[in-house]
Design a protein around this ligand. Structure first.
Ligand SMILES: [Zn+2]
Length: 139
């Protein structure tokens, strides 16, 4: 019975064999537009040949890439510069370094705040109405 418990002395060799893990020291990939880290769904874009030098390339997160595709479809320009211009437009809209939002459509967050205020005001109006009705019918 004692032999079973004594058989576990060589466990240090198992630790030594675990050094061969893949390296994790990859530099963080950041979105070229919004500067967020994009671990997944990073899209690497390169300008097509034919644009004025220097050719540019971008790494985009999924959200910026989607916005860029929308902007590309809206753009009437049909030249190799189209990508660069669309990227500029998206960057003007989404970049954290742009502090003056000019023609931004109302974001989801703003809508939530507006709706919350709307509900609050509607509730107060109802309360006033109910109190008034009770007051009127009480007389
Ligand atoms: Zn982005």
């Amino acid at each position: 019975m004692e032999d079973i418990e004594k058989g576990e002395s060589g466990s240090s060799s198992a630790v030594a064999t675990r050094r061969a893990e893949p390296r994790k020291a990859r530099p963080p990939v950041r979105c070229s537009i919004c500067a967020r880290r994009t671990w997944l769904n990073a899209t690497h874009l390169m300008e097509p040949p034919g644009v004025p030098e220097p050719r540019q390339s971008w790494t985009l997160c999924k959200r910026c890439h989607t916005a860029l595709l929308v902007e590309m479809e809206r753009s009437p320009i049909l030249s190799p510069l189209r990508l660069r211009i669309a990227t500029g437009i998206v960057a003007a809209d989404r970049s954290p370094y742009v502090y003056a939002p000019s023609h931004k459509p109302i974001s989801d967050r703003t809508w939530i705040i507006i709706m919350a205020w709307g509900f609050g005001i509607a509730m107060l109006l109802h309360l006033v109405l109910v109190v008034m009705l009770a007051f009127v019918s009480g007389h």
